[in-house]
Write a protein that binds this ligand. Structure first.
Ligand SMILES: [Fe+2]
Length: 160
């Protein structure tokens, strides 16, 4: 996990988590804070195990750590955080010169597709981990959430 810990302490990663915290300070819906990253990482690791995906834990945790960093541009400029996030993740990972292209591709493609309901493979597991990390069934603002139908279906195990 040595490479993970280096990226975890990366100044751009830390800066983005802080900025997302600031931009979401008045948000009534789910936040994309450090707890969310941890929840997604743990659920993603379980889903990989259950689905016999033998990716190293380091890549699973890196994917979860980086998957929402594009939220900054989504809040500031209305851009798609999954597409931006994939490019942000690529720049951060390439900076370290210790990830092979296959690893960067695995992580960035999962981030790029993690909003899509019809994704496959590791991307699908990231999508599921992202959604399953949310306590929708007891959420006070679920009736105002634009993802209500998708989230409730998922939490009622109708397509999980
Ligand atoms: Fe997320």
């Amino acid at each position: 996990m040595q490479r993970f810990w280096r990226v975890y302490r990366d100044e751009e990663v830390v800066r983005r988590f802080k900025e997302i915290n600031y931009l979401e300070k008045d948000r009534e819906f789910c936040r994309h804070d450090f707890q969310h990253f941890l929840d997604v990482a743990r659920i993603l690791a379980i889903l990989c195990f259950e689905n016999k995906f033998s990716f190293p834990r380091e890549l699973i945790y890196l994917t979860a750590l980086l998957h929402d960093l594009g939220r900054v541009e989504e809040y500031l400029y209305g851009l798609n955080h999954a597409l931006i996030g994939a490019e942000v993740a690529r720049e951060i990972l390439e900076k370290y010169q210790e990830f092979v292209q296959e690893e960067i591709f695995l992580i960035t493609e999962a981030i790029r597709g993690h909003r899509e309901q019809n994704s496959e493979g590791f991307t699908r597991l990231l999508y599921l981990a992202d959604k399953l990390s949310r306590p929708c069934l007891t959420c006070k603002v679920i009736d105002k959430c634009h993802k209500k139908e998708e989230m409730l279906l998922l939490h009622q195990e109708k397509f999980y």
